[in-house]
Design a protein around this ligand. Structure first.
Ligand SMILES: C[S@@+](CC[C@H](N)C(=O)[O-])C[C@H]1O[C@@H](n2cnc3c(N)ncnc32)[C@H](O)[C@@H]1O
Length: 361
């Protein structure tokens, strides 16, 4: 069986096994994005009671128990190595954790060669109080955003995130509540999963660092938050989860999700205009050979030769090199420097290029 058919078998499914074994089934360099929410290793020793004598629902699950730090580090090293193997060259990995584990995870990631791009802090607007009053209320989790190595290019929808944030650069501190209300899955009144993450968190992760049709892998699928949001946003998912109960919970949850229409998933703001060289504007007649071209205030002028180069003050070169020479700079962007006259008005050649691209469509 070749790698593609192996991968295809797992698309949009949850593999019910230990994560290291599950990851080993996935071919090298095959996934576009990983979101991992591993055990925290909280090391909770005793039950926690509120002042009103009700029991706090903390993460006391057996899957969160490790005998010591070394045991946790060995496990983290194994699953993170496998994640790195299955990531495509331009894939991004996000790992979320708390002070209990995120520093260990960060060190291991750097030791394995991952290159950290950001650490995003999810500030919980409705954190659980510190009932004992022995330390600050722990009101955030940290997400490490990393790539395979220092030279990896990677998907990052900077513009979309900026527009999402009212045209201000999206910052690395994200304020949002923990999962409550109708989003929180319950079974007989109790939380069905102790650490269900908010869908809004996954939306930001998936929109910013993947494209529709991509493969999103979650090696600790839990209640299926990553699978649900991936499906909603037109991505494929692969989940791995050791607990059978969680697998069926997640499968039921994902089955109810209706993907958004494709035209809501592509972002025109991210589209890069096709590259059009100046020569193409001249050969297509939008700008003419022999025409005079000016700086905006007409301080400088140049003649356009038949090979679409400019000549000015004895210098012959491209729109960029001649403008750089005239400005006394090593480099200059000629697209914003040069203007031509049209109907008595000065028109920037970049606007002529935009019109040409528009007319091409
Ligand atoms: C922190 S929770 C993930 C919660 C998930 N992000 C969500 O929103 O529901 C970690 C999950 O990893 C699973 N898990 C822990 N150790 C595992 C292992 N070695 N292999 C596979 N799954 C494991 C647990 O059963 C648990 O559901």
């Amino acid at each position: 069986m070749d790698n593609n058919s192996r991968l295809h078998d797992f698309l949009n499914t949850i593999i019910n096994t230990d994560t290291v074994l599950g990851l080993k089934k996935i071919p090298d360099e095959s996934v576009d994005l990983i979101f991992a929410d591993p055990p925290y290793n909280l090391q909770l020793k005793e039950e926690l009671w509120r002042p009103n004598q009700t029991l706090v629902s903390a993460v006391t699950d057996h899957w969160d128990k490790f005998s010591n730090f070394q045991d946790y580090d060995d496990f983290s090293m194994k699953w993170l190595s496998e994640c790195r193997r299955v990531m495509k060259k331009n894939a991004v990995i996000w790992v979320i954790g708390t002070y209990h584990n995120i520093f260990r995870i960060g060190k291991i990631m750097q030791d394995l060669g991952f290159w950290i791009i950001n650490d995003v802090v999810w500030i919980k607007t409705n954190p659980m109080p510190n009932f004992r009053g022995t330390r600050f209320t722990n009101a955030h989790e940290t997400l490490i955003m990393a790539v395979k190595d220092q030279n990896s290019g990677y998907t990052f929808h900077y513009k979309s995130m900026k527009i999402f944030n009212d045209d201000l650069q999206m910052r690395s501190d994200w304020n949002m509540p923990i999962c409550t209300g109708s989003e929180r899955i319950r079974f007989n009144g109790a939380k069905a999963h102790s650490t269900q993450k908010p869908e809004e968190l996954l939306k930001r992760v998936i929109i910013s660092t993947s494209n529709p049709g991509d493969i999103v892998l979650d090696p600790f699928m839990g209640s299926g938050t990553t699978g649900s949001v991936s499906k909603l946003l037109g991505r494929n998912y692969i989940g791995i989860e050791a607990e059978k109960n969680y697998v069926s919970l997640a499968e039921k949850r994902i089955a109810q999700v209706k993907p958004l229409e494709m035209n809501l998933l592509n972002y025109p703001a991210e589209e890069k205009p096709p590259k059009v060289p100046f020569g193409e504007l001249v050969s297509s007649g939008y700008i003419r050979e022999g025409e005079t071209i000016y700086s905006e205030n007409k301080k400088f002028r140049a003649k356009i030769l038949s090979n679409a180069t400019l000549v000015s003050e004895g210098i012959n070169g491209s729109i960029h090199s001649v403008s750089a020479f005239l400005m006394g700079k090593p480099n200059f962007n000629g697209w914003h420097f040069w203007f031509v006259e049209r109907d008595g008005e000065m028109v920037c050649i970049n606007d002529i290029r935009k019109k040409y691209i528009f007319d091409l469509k």
